[in-house]
Design a protein. Structure first.
Length: 223
């Protein structure tokens, strides 16, 4: 059964004197325990799609369903807070806080039950390749790869069923980027997360369980 569904998505915006259509009756579905990659040409609407899925973009026609229910009926604030976490290219950690402290801040926001103790958070970070010493350092002092792992740890700790990643390897070297992709795949398979990643890297897209492409000519999402 689909965890998340997009049905009849239509999205456009004003571009000078004309209207630019990005999606025209597009549909897609996403299941738990699967790692999805989305690719498309620049300007095709990849990031817009993530924002729609996350409940951050509302100017569209069609439906976004979470467990069969419209996200508007769930309440967009509740949906974003409890069911969706985002991982960004630029990490978006609070720089003067440690990874542990960053995760505690996120856990204070979500209503999902979670163990907020430092010991529990460190155990989770260790699973992601961040040792106890690194977990206690200021995030601004960490390498790009360590910061991205901490950002992923924050997303996982929140208990969200859906993790959305927007070009998460964009600021990483090739080896670290491959490790992050492997980590996403492991999180989907071992913890049942639905991970939806936008990337321009087709090699990484091929490593996902499913590779979705934005068909810019027909304004659809194709497998």
């Amino acid at each position: 059964m689909a965890l998340l569904e997009i049905k009849g998505l239509c999205y456009s915006y004003e571009d000078g004197d004309s209207r630019r259509v990005i999606y025209d009756n597009a549909s897609a579905s996403f299941e738990p325990g699967r790692f999805y990659a989305i690719t498309g040409e620049s300007g095709s609407g990849k990031t817009t799609l993530l924002y729609i899925i996350a409940g951050l973009e509302r100017k569209y026609q069609g439906e976004v369903l979470f467990k069969g229910k419209k996200i508007e009926d769930i309440g967009l604030t509740k949906y974003r807070r409890d069911h969706v976490s985002m991982v960004f290219q630029n990490f978006n950690l609070i720089p003067y806080l440690s990874p542990v402290e960053n995760i505690k801040v996120a856990l204070d926001i979500t209503k999902n039950p979670a163990d907020k103790s430092s010991e529990s958070i460190i155990r989770q970070l260790e699973k992601l390749g961040i040792d106890k010493k690194t977990a206690g350092r200021r995030s601004s002092l960490l390498s790009g790869g360590e910061q991205q792992r901490a950002a992923i740890g924050r997303a996982v700790a929140s208990g969200s069923e859906i993790i959305i990643a927007d070009e998460p390897t964009g600021n990483l070297d090739a080896q670290t980027a491959e490790q992050v992709i492997a980590l996403f795949r492991e999180l989907a398979h071992s913890e049942g997360k639905c991970i939806i990643m936008v990337t321009h890297n087709e090699k990484f897209a091929a490593d996902a369980d499913e590779w979705l492409k934005i068909d810019q000519e027909n304004k659809r999402i194709v497998r």
